[in-house]
Design a protein around this ligand. Structure first.
Ligand code: NAD
Length: 494
């Protein structure tokens, strides 16, 4: 763990506190039935931060059974009552944002002093609390002699499996719509960053959320995640993570009870910059998009296409921005702004593998291209330019502070290149030409499009999700709750 002196007063108190690592099942913190634990490693120091219980199949069964028992009473509560619990949970978590920032820092390396994502995620709870009254069906008088109505009803027991890059937000983006629509839920957080999500469980206990409504288990993809994805009593699963695991989740659902599946997966997002763009906005937007969370963002604009007429000017400015904004440091030190280490050794090695590929294939590396520091999983902010469109660095999600910059001259050609990917999560265009901007917004194959902005621009009342292999379903907005309810047609003969 970081030293008390390094983290300063704001976070020092948490260094002395014991860290909860147990499973939260049926409103209680319990050890894994198999007595198994695993270690969480601080990616800045490479030392152990905490030990966490690993849920076995029996623990998954217990969590699902608790959620099943809790469902009838929870689903019968009024919208007001369910919304009230979400609001109380947001208030309870708000008091612990520093603690969550500290736990993220020592598990996945996010800079604690500039942490805002946990605070931001609380808005999801408040947003969905406000949606409570609007979850209902509609009616039809179109069949003579009938009044027909639809019901929107909860599934029953639902599940969530989350990644490590925004640990608390990913849990809340599932918990909030699941609970407000009357479902109960079992969530498996990522084994790489399980500590801050446990604070969500603690706050559920503190506010008196009825037992079994929310259950939090920890463990690896196999056996824990797989057991949840295959469980016959889970009627819907919402997964956020890699496209590879997304396929495994769909397969597990198909091989068990055909539970409904929604997926939020990876990306390889294009950002196109025309000569009429305001570079004073485009350059920082491009740099923030790839540096944010050390490049570990599904929506990172990792492929930049800049018009040949401004390529030198843009690239030079981008290099300076990457070097300046991308300075790394200990996640607990107050001067560390944007960038800590990559989450763990595995992820570090994955990114290094792409950098080795760039070297071996003589790709132009304008800055970075290697690790930073001797200790900790730090990667230097890296720009690769003019990589072939079919090269690995252009096709695969790197999930590190590595951006590819290519040039273009023809509008149609760049649109085709931007869309020439299996992914479709986010796309952006910078231009002052409104017709061109809207043409790109229409033609870009992505769930979100930024015009004169880029990721992480999002809004709670706007749907978030992927086209193509980037996902299935939507989180946030009025559309999200549709994915947490079954639809029923009721025919009433007059
Ligand atoms: P991952 O797929 O390796 O793991 C995600 C979760 O799945 C973890 O909890 C893991 O334990 C679990 N898991 C792994 N194998 C499993 C299996 N066979 N069955 C059930 N569960 C299993 O992803 P990650 O490395 O944690 O996260 C990074 C990925 O997540 C990136 O691809 C990123 O783009 C994506 N992501 C997407 C979004 C989005 O909203 N679209 C948001 C954040 C991250």
């Amino acid at each position: 763990m970081g030293s008390v002196a390094a983290s300063g007063d704001r976070f020092a108190k948490f260094e002395k506190q014991p860290i909860e690592g147990r499973l939260y099942i049926n409103g209680e913190f319990v050890e894994s039935k198999a007595g198994k634990i695993f270690d969480v490693i601080n990616p800045a120091t490479e030392k152990k931060s905490a030990s966490v219980s690993e849920a076995g199949v029996e623990d998954v069964d217990a969590a699902v059974a608790a959620a099943k028992a809790a469902f009838p009473a929870w689903s019968e509560l009024s919208a007001d009552a369910r919304g009230g619990y979400l609001l109380k949970l947001a208030d309870a978590l708000e008091k612990r944002t520093d603690e969550m920032a500290y736990l993220d820092a020592i598990s996945m390396g996010a800079p604690a002093h500039t942490s805002f994502l946990n605070q931001m995620a609380l808005t999801a709870l408040r947003y969905f609390a406000g949606r409570a009254w609007d979850i209902h069906g509609d009616s039809s008088l179109n069949t003579p002699g009938f009044v027909n109505v639809t019901f929107r009803q909860p599934f029953g027991v639902t599940a969530g499996i989350t990644p490590w890059n925004v640990p608390v937000a990913m849990v809340l983006f599932k918990l909030a719509p699941a609970l407000i629509t009357g479902n109960t839920i079992v969530i498996k957080a990522s084994e790489k960053a399980p500590l801050a999500p446990i604070i969500v469980a603690k706050c559920c206990e503190e506010i008196g959320l009825p037992k079994g409504v929310f259950n939090l288990i920890n463990g690896f993809g196999r056996p824990t995640g797989e057991a949840l994805a295959k469980h016959m009593d889970v009627r819907k699963i919402s997964f956020t993570g890699s496209t590879l695991t997304g396929r495994a989740i769909k397969k597990a659902a198909a091989e068990s009870n055909l539970k409904k599946v929604s997926l939020e997966l990876g990306g390889k997002s294009p950002l196109v910059i025309f000569p009429d763009a305001d570079l004073s906005k485009a350059v920082p937007a491009a740099a923030v998009s790839i540096l944010m969370n050390s490049g570990q963002a599904c929506i990172a604009s990792s492929r930049v296409y800049v018009h040949a007429d401004i390529a030198d000017q843009f690239t030079e400015a981008m290099k300076s921005a990457m070097e300046e904004m991308g300075k790394s440091g200990d996640p607990l030190t107050s001067t560390t702004a944007m960038r800590g280490p990559q989450v763990d050794k595995l992820q570090f090695n994955r990114v290094m593998d792409f950098l080795t590929y760039a070297k071996e294939n003589n790709l132009e590396v304008l800055t970075g291209g290697d690790r930073e520091r001797d200790t900790g999983f730090y990667i230097a902010p890296t720009i690769i330019s003019n990589a072939p469109e079919d090269s690995r660095v252009m096709k695969e999600e790197i999930f590190g502070p590595v951006v590819c910059i290519n040039t273009f001259t023809d509008e149609e050609d760049v649109l085709n290149r931007a869309n020439d990917t299996e992914y479709g999560l986010y796309a952006s265009v910078f231009t002052r030409d409104i017709s061109r901007a809207l043409k790109f917004a229409k033609r870009m194959e992505a769930g979100s499009v930024g015009i004169n902005t880029s990721s992480p621009t999002m809004a709670f009342d706007m749907p978030f999700g992927g086209w193509k292999a980037s996902g299935d379903g939507r989180e946030l907005s009025m559309h999200a709750t549709d994915h947490w309810t079954e639809l029923k047609s009721v025919f009433i003969a007059l």
